[in-house]
Design a protein around this ligand. Structure first.
Ligand code: BDR
Ligand code: CA
Length: 318
């Protein structure tokens, strides 16, 4: 099975992605690194521990990473767009019990550097939060990209944005880090922006079916996704459904056809006050810029729902 490291800012959709990666038989989740993002680092780390305990995977090691962006002096916590809309689909604590242990091994950056350096087989990196940890790893040793067969990033937006009129939250939260990652020369970089995740909305009906499965993952996913639908419903999406951004990345790992991609050049604006954090995607036909990413512009909501139900409602004996 494919060796995977998730880098998360858990959050309700990160939580669904963690459960998917931890439970799918084709994926070997060898560690989870946490970063400041949706909520402060102590909360993203606590939430990550809660999720793994909740599904009986407390064997997966968790490593806390950066509490701040790599360059911006202060992180505008209160700017997160969901809070602006008065609905917070995350909240600081997930609606599941406290973790039984506050186990946390050495730092995320040390774990990533050591694991990539000693890798004997390719590792897939799946960052679904601000890219502060990944950029720091690259600053320590740019050659570590050689150990990565594919980096699959949730972030960015072309026709769709959220935290500002120009930008998507993960990229906006640490734009310098994002630029370092996009220009690092990864063998394969797949980017799943809001343009794709907003096409794979998850409905209340799917939540009800997840809940009915009465498995920890099914109940957890139903709670996390319902919280998102309550927050988004009527403000950001059509009635009765919400995007679950991060899990599209883990679903892609096992069923690539859940997204459709275009190969093009992506870079990030790190300077303009109006457009800082914007992913500038060169979609021009005949563009001469060397592509550096496979960018998803399409996603299949039915296939995603089927994958969630398949992974979360069957009690997998590991
Ligand atoms: C991204 O930001 C967070 O709200 C989600 O966890 C997702 O990773 C979407 O912009
Ligand atoms: Ca996230």
């Amino acid at each position: 099975s494919r060796k995977v490291i998730l880098d998360v800012d858990t959050g309700t959709d990160d939580a669904v992605a963690i459960m998917f990666a931890a439970l799918h038989p084709d994926l070997d989740l060898i560690g989870v690194t946490t970063v400041n993002g949706n909520v402060p680092l102590e909360n993203t780390t606590d939430n990550t521990l809660r999720v793994l305990d909740w599904i009986g995977r407390s064997d997966v090691p968790v490593f806390a990473g950066l509490a701040r962006p790599i360059a911006r002096l202060d992180f505008p916590f209160d700017k997160h767009f969901e809070r602006d809309s008065g609905n917070d689909p995350h909240g600081s604590a997930l609606p599941i019990p406290e973790p039984r242990s506050t186990r946390q091994d050495t730092g995320a950056v040390e774990f990533l550097v050591e694991t990539l350096r000693s890798a004997t087989e390719p590792i897939t990196l799946v960052p679904v939060g601000p890219l502060s940890n990944i950029a720091t790893v690259l600053a320590i040793d740019p050659a570590l990209t050689d150990a990565v067969d594919e980096i699959v990033i949730m972030g960015g937006g072309h026709a769709v944005t959220n935290v500002t009129a120009s930008a998507e939250f993960n990229i906006w939260a640490d734009p310098e880090a994002a630029n370092m990652v996009f220009s690092a020369g990864f063998r394969r970089l797949t980017l799943v922006p809001l343009d794709a995740t907003y096409q794979a909305l998850v409905t209340r009906d799917t939540c009800a079916r997840l809940e009915k499965s009465a498995t920890p993952a099914g109940i957890g996913a139903a709670r996390f996704i319902s919280r998102r639908i309550d927050a988004y419903d009527g403000t950001v999406t059509t009635a009765g459904a919400a995007p679950v951004h991060d899990v599209v990345c883990t679903a892609y790992l096992v069923r690539p056809e859940v997204i459709t991609t275009r190969r093009l050049h992506v870079t990030v604006d790190t300077t303009s006050p109006l457009t800082v954090g914007r992913t500038v995607m060169d979609t021009r036909l005949g563009s001469t810029q060397e592509p550096n990413a496979d960018v998803a512009f399409g996603a299949d909501p039915r296939l995603l729902a089927d994958l969630l139900l398949d992974v979360f409602t069957s009690v997998i004996v590991r």
